[in-house]
Design a protein. Structure first.
Length: 505
């Protein structure tokens, strides 16, 4: 009997089952990016082993007997748990007549069980832990799109372009439900030469933006984060306004105002396309005269510094690629590679689900003008977030939450979930993928792509991307490689929250 190959192709949980069922004697060696490991079998039962981060038992502690056997059993259970969670590496099972007691220069004679453990005793528990890890990863990804409740400390998003010279400004849509803010800030901006229109909430802002877009009027969007949402479910309506703006054919530069700002808000502000966050006066509301003075100073800062800086973002965007039209292949590939390299570095510095979710969408934006991120749930895909144009002019990020795609009949979606394989090609004549595009708006889409996001050996999410206007899609190999990085980060994030399990005697 001989078994060797890649952990990615054949998970170690299945290998343990095969060796146990065949009742073979020998050892399984595993080489992974984390380090080396091995499991020793005697007639299909696990009697010993080692792993890169499981220290050996001290000689004589605990002493021989029941306590020592329990410690060895717990150590073996921990080693097996490490191995079944691996998603990278190579393995080889070596058959032998006698039980090996020395492997890779390690003497295992003091850590041998006399009768061994039947791996099948642990299979259900190990499989259950993997299922819990997958659910944790999926739940963490989903939670990263929820509105945060807490606010802590102020921080402004750093500019990408130097401020433009002050002077006569462009049109500004000011969205705030406080009459004093609209009056005082609006007056200061008009005095500085900006053309200001006002909306008091998400619904009114959507109508104003549609009207401006219909007239092809460039504008800057200035919105309060703390607006009531349209559904009344939260006080983060400013994020909804920014999401809708991101779905316009020509999205405006966005500045979000908030009285308090935390890291989660910064992440969500970036995700919905905001270029800047700014502190909005709020502490002086109990003193009307002081509050009005603070608002005047805030309006002047907007006019002289922040809005010119925001307009600089529009100029930078015009110098880049036109929305929906790919750059020439050599420049486009170089730009995408730079975005991917930066994203890998950022994810390595902060491998939490919030950052993974944000980076998945940001890197997808470099490949597709329109994207929807789906979560795998109950034999179907459920939309989490998205960006890009929609036929009826609504925000794709809001529409995404109402999208569901069945995994039957067979389609590129079901293949991505079942086998974890990315797909790209021409639009099919019918089926779930065609139905999704019909819901979003065909808009001349000629081809599409489906890229799985896998955690703990299973697909937990799917990226869908296309190009309204019929533009060809770029090579997906770099994006597929990045989603593998993202999956590993989700693996680490979910298992890192779970304390190592111990095997009861």
């Amino acid at each position: 009997m001989s078994l060797s190959g890649s952990v990615e192709d054949l998970p170690l949980l299945e290998i343990l089952q095969v060796v146990s069922f065949c009742q073979k004697t020998g050892h399984l060696r595993v080489s992974s990016p984390q380090g080396e490991a091995a499991v020793v079998f005697d007639a299909g039962r696990v009697v010993s082993g080692f792993a890169w981060d499981v220290p050996p038992l001290p000689e004589g502690d605990p002493p021989a007997g029941t306590a020592r056997e329990r410690a060895v059993r717990e150590r073996i259970a921990l080693i097996l748990e490490r191995l079944v969670r691996l998603r990278d590496g190579d393995f080889a099972f070596n058959l032998s007549q006698e039980v090996p007691v020395t492997l890779a220069g390690r003497d295992l004679s003091g850590e041998m069980l006399p009768y061994g453990i039947n791996p099948e005793e642990l299979m259900l528990d190990l499989a259950r832990k993997l299922d819990e890890d997958r659910r944790d990863a999926a739940a963490a990804l989903e939670a990263s799109f929820a509105t945060p409740d807490e606010d802590v400390v102020l921080e402004e998003l750093p500019p990408e372009e130097p401020p433009a010279p002050p002077g006569s400004g462009p049109a500004v849509l000011l969205v705030d439900d406080e009459p004093d803010v609209c009056r005082v800030v609006g007056e200061r901006l008009r005095a500085a030469g900006f053309g200001v229109s006002v909306a008091s909430g998400p619904a009114e802002a959507r109508g104003e933006m549609q009207s401006l877009a219909a007239r092809r009027q460039p504008f800057l969007l200035l919105a309060d984060v703390g607006l009531p949402s349209e559904a009344g479910a939260s006080f983060r309506g400013g994020l909804d306004v920014a999401r809708f703006a991101s779905g316009l054919a020509v999205p405006p530069p966005v500045l979000l105002m908030a009285e308090t700002i935390d890291e989660k808000l910064r992440t969500r502000a970036k995700r919905v396309g905001a270029s800047l966050l700014a502190f909005k006066p709020g502490l002086s509301k109990l003193d009307p005269l002081q509050y009005e003075a603070d608002l005047r100073a805030f309006g002047d800062k907007l006019a002289k510094d922040l809005l010119p800086r925001l307009e600089g973002r529009r100029a930078a965007s015009r110098r880049g690629a036109t929305r929906g039209v790919p750059l020439p292949e050599d420049r486009g590939a170089a730009a995408r590679d730079a975005i991917l390299r930066s994203a890998v570095v950022e994810m390595g510095e902060r491998p939490d689900p919030d950052m993974v979710a944000f980076l998945l969408l940001r890197t997808a934006r470099a490949f597709f003008p329109r994207v929807v991120l789906f979560l795998v749930r109950d034999e179907r895909l459920r939309g989490l977030a998205g960006f890009g144009p929609v036929a009826n002019g609504t925000s794709l990020d809001l529409l995404a939450r109402d999208l569901q795609v069945p995994l039957a009949p067979a389609s590129p979606f079901s293949e991505a979930v079942a086998v974890g394989r990315a797909w790209s090609g021409s639009m099919p004549a019918d089926g779930p993928l065609r139905a999704l595009v019909a819901r979003l708006g065909t808009l001349g889409v000629a081809s599409a792509a489906v890229v799985p996001v896998r955690a703990h050996h299973e697909t937990i999410a799917v990226l869908y991307g296309d190009a309204p206007g019929g533009a060809p899609l770029p090579d997906l190999a770099p994006l597929v490689a990045f989603t593998e990085h993202a999956g590993r980060a989700l693996d680490s994030a979910s298992t890192g929250r779970r304390p190592p399990a111990q095997l009861a005697c």
